[in-house]
Ligand binder design. Structure first.
Ligand SMILES: NC(=O)c1ccc[n+]([C@@H]2O[C@H](COP(=O)([O-])OP(=O)(O)OC[C@H]3O[C@@H](n4cnc5c(N)ncnc54)[C@H](O)[C@@H]3O)[C@@H](O)[C@H]2O)c1
Length: 312
């Protein structure tokens, strides 16, 4: 039986990844500081015998003895709300924290996957975004703590591969949504569902014509799992290339919920990306991966979750 460590495993994406690893018959250990994650995301896994360790990956990890075959680093606050409140924590997590996990990989011989982000492309001047585009990031802006943390995590992964031969994987995740997102986490899908379910107006930042490409969480997890099983150490985009405007997303959410709400327009946050769409030709040729969920199907599943979460 293969043994995996999932850092950030009680978060939104991490908990779905743990579900997949259990389905694939792995022994799973979760390490999470619970800074943005929730234990209730993994109660069902703990009941199945998954080991949960509460801890920060930026702290000394010498207590983790292994053996591990695979280390998935999903740990990082990821919402723009967090960029304002804990920028240093975010930088430390992908800096010292990711270094600690790479050291653990070096010590135990495990492969180490880093959850990077489409944010490495910043406010992209090329569209759609391909892995060979170097990006347009304002390192000193408010989003710089997250964007640069992800860029540093990627650079550190490649440094460990080149200097120590650690077998690394880098996944550039594009906007993902689904059950287990925190209703108050500040990202577009939780915002819209929370506002519709609570009968409030929907907040649109800017004119709402900026685009996003939304991937359903189990599609993302499938891509992450396949990437870990591949032999590709270069960054790979995983996301759904179906591109839609924020206004269209607001419309789709209201249609799924069967409601019509007022829209309120607010100023666009600094350096908010205007266009976002992954080029997934690398994932498709290398991993034979493509997303399965349409936006409508994914939103319907997500609605069931938010309705239960917000009306219980
Ligand atoms: N969801 C997306 O759309 C998206 C897009 C791009 C990249 N990502 C990346 O995917 C990963 C998971 O994101 P998510 O959406 O599930 O966010 P999340 O906040 O739900 O999950 C992150 C988890 O990591 C834990 N964590 C954070 N810092 C930690 C630390 N220093 N030590 C231990 N645990 C720590 C949190 O408690 C949480 O459980 C993150 O690395 C994020 O940057 C997500």
């Amino acid at each position: 039986m293969r043994r995996a460590l999932v850092a950030g495993g009680s978060g939104f994406v991490g908990s779905h990844l743990c579900d997949r690893l259990i389905d694939e018959n792995y022994e799973v250990v979760i390490l999470d500081s619970l800074v943005t994650g929730r234990k209730k995301n993994i109660t069902h896994l703990i009941e199945k015998g998954v080991q949960f360790i509460e801890g920060n990956i930026a702290d000394d990890l010498s207590y983790l003895k292994g053996p591990f075959d695979e280390i998935y680093n999903m740990a990082s606050p990821a919402s723009p709300v967090d960029f304002k409140t804990m920028p240093i924590y975010i930088l430390e997590t992908s800096g010292q924290g990711h270094k600690n996990l790479l050291e653990l990989g070096k010590r135990t011989g495990a492969k180490v996957l880093f959850a990077s982000s489409s944010e490495v492309y910043g406010d992209a001047e090329k569209h759609p975004q391909k892995e060979d585009y170097f990006g347009n990031v304002n390192c000193a802006g408010e989003r710089g703590c997250y964007d640069e943390a992800k860029r540093f995590g990627e650079a550190l992964s490649m440094a460990y591969k080149r200097e120590h031969g650690v077998d690394v994987r880098i996944v550039r995740i594009f906007n993902t949504y689904g059950p287990r997102m925190r209703p108050d986490d500040g990202r577009v899908i939780p915002n819209f569902f929370s506002q519709v379910i609570q009968g409030k107006s929907l907040t649109i930042y800017g004119d709402g014509k900026q685009t996003r490409s939304l991937c359903y969480v189990t599609d993302l997890v499938d891509g992450i799992f396949k990437l870990m099983q591949s032999n590709c150490s270069e960054p790979v985009n995983i996301g759904n290339p179906f591109e839609t405007t924020i206004l269209d997303i607001a419309d789709s959410v209201q249609r799924v919920c069967g409601s019509k709400n007022e829209l309120i327009f607010q100023e666009l946050p600094e350096n908010d990306p205007k266009l976002r769409k992954p080029d997934i030709s690398k994932a498709s040729s290398l991993l034979s991966w493509k997303p399965q969920y349409s936006l409508k199907d994914g939103l319907e599943k997500t609605y069931e979750y938010f309705r239960a979460e917000l009306t219980q």
